[in-house]
Design a protein around this ligand. Structure first.
Ligand SMILES: NC(=O)c1ccc[n+]([C@@H]2O[C@H](COP(=O)([O-])OP(=O)(O)OC[C@H]3O[C@@H](n4cnc5c(N)ncnc54)[C@H](OP(=O)(O)O)[C@@H]3O)[C@@H](O)[C@H]2O)c1
Length: 326
């Protein structure tokens, strides 16, 4: 059983802890929070720490980091220096410079492993899409959509600066929601030849919504995402005569394959389990048998690094600079 420590006490950490416990591979032992009371309210039976070094020394094997994006780098770096297994929420780091530093730390600490928590690409319904794409002789393009009005946009409209809509926290629509379609595209097709992001910016310079185009040999993939409006469009991947239709590229509740004659086949299975269970299982499997799953681990790490590069290229094309870039 892996002793789990968590950083961040919001709902997403609660969901991960539930998934981790359902996997029967982890047990929550330690919580880091800025305030003891917040930690106690989050997990009454865990040990609570307000000092990060003491938290990392508390006997945990694995840390799950779900703090605002800009804090991931320093927290993950410290965890790797403690030879821990490190799971970091998307979007993992602010830019490739941070990623390079983390890579060099990982080289010096071979017992440590690093994972980016991007739940959708671990799910069986995503694997069903991958298997279908592998069968399609031609890909002509596609559009992946994840656009959902955020309650935090209400706060922004009321004059506040919610973390998730500020560049100070390496946040905005692209790194918060755009990362889902971008991850799916890069997982399916690898690094694009070029990319561009047309962003709708808020008054504080962060992106509220936008459209990104990733160019591949012979086809383009479009990602539409945002936090200031809601889209009910499906996502689609176009073959030549056939099409994959996805209800939602992040949630993956329903995936249909429509052949050249219009016949529909359901590729997905109903999602009844915690949506973070598949990734929690994958990470535990690799952590518990690192030699056996070394190739798979390297693939996940490479994917994470590629997405980090694409997100940074997209930001640059839209003129979005994070303080962490300096
Ligand atoms: N995979 C998913 O489906 C999913 C969904 C939502 C979010 N996320 C990711 O999870 C991460 C956290 O997102 P979130 O929306 O939960 O962020 P958040 O509410 O802004 O902050 C998360 C936690 O970090 C701590 N925190 C907040 N502000 C801080 C500050 N200024 N300085 C230091 N610590 C601070 C708080 O914990 P304490 O008060 O206990 O210190 C808080 O519970 C992000 O990387 C996000 O992209 C993933």
């Amino acid at each position: 059983m892996l002793n789990l420590g968590v950083i961040g006490t919001n709902w997403i950490t609660k969901m991960f802890v539930e998934a981790a416990e359902q996997s029967e591979a982890y047990t929550l032992t330690s919580v880091y929070s800025r305030k003891v009371e917040t930690g106690q309210a989050f997990a009454p039976t865990a040990k609570i720490y307000t000092n990060l070094s003491e938290f990392f020394d508390s006997g945990i094997d694995v840390v799950y980091i779900a703090s605002p994006n800009s804090l991931h780098f320093a927290q993950a770096a410290q965890a790797i220096q403690h030879d821990l297994q490190v799971i970091v929420e998307k979007s993992i780091f602010s830019n490739p410079t941070e990623y390079e530093e983390i890579y060099s730390l990982l080289r010096d600490h071979p017992k440590a492993h690093l994972f980016e928590a991007t739940r959708h690409v671990h799910q069986p319904n995503f694997k069903a899409i991958e298997a279908q794409v592998a069968e399609m002789p031609v890909v002509s393009g596609g559009t992946f959509v994840y656009e959902k009005y955020s309650s935090r946009f209400d706060a922004y409209l009321a004059g506040e600066e919610p973390n998730v809509l500020t560049r100070e926290f390496s946040a905005g629509a692209l790194t918060d929601l755009g990362v889902y379609p971008i991850y799916a595209i890069v997982k399916l097709f690898g690094m694009p030849k070029s990319s561009h992001y047309f962003a709708t910016k808020l008054a504080n310079g962060a992106d509220g919504r936008g459209t990104a185009i990733l160019r591949y040999d012979g086809f383009d993939m479009t990602a539409q995402f945002g936090k200031m409006a809601t889209s009910y469009q499906h996502s689609e991947l176009l073959g030549q005569k056939d099409t994959i239709v996805i209800d939602n590229i992040a949630e993956l509740n329903e995936v249909q394959y429509v052949d050249g004659q219009g016949n529909q086949t359901t590729l997905s299975h109903p999602l009844t389990e915690n949506p973070m269970l598949a990734e929690a299982n994958d990470f535990a499997r690799i952590i518990n048998a690192p030699a056996e799953y070394a190739d798979e681990y390297r693939e996940w790490l490479l994917l994470s690094q590629r997405v980090n590069q694409v997100l940074t290229d997209l930001r640059k094309s839209a003129g979005i600079v994070f303080p962490a870039d300096h």
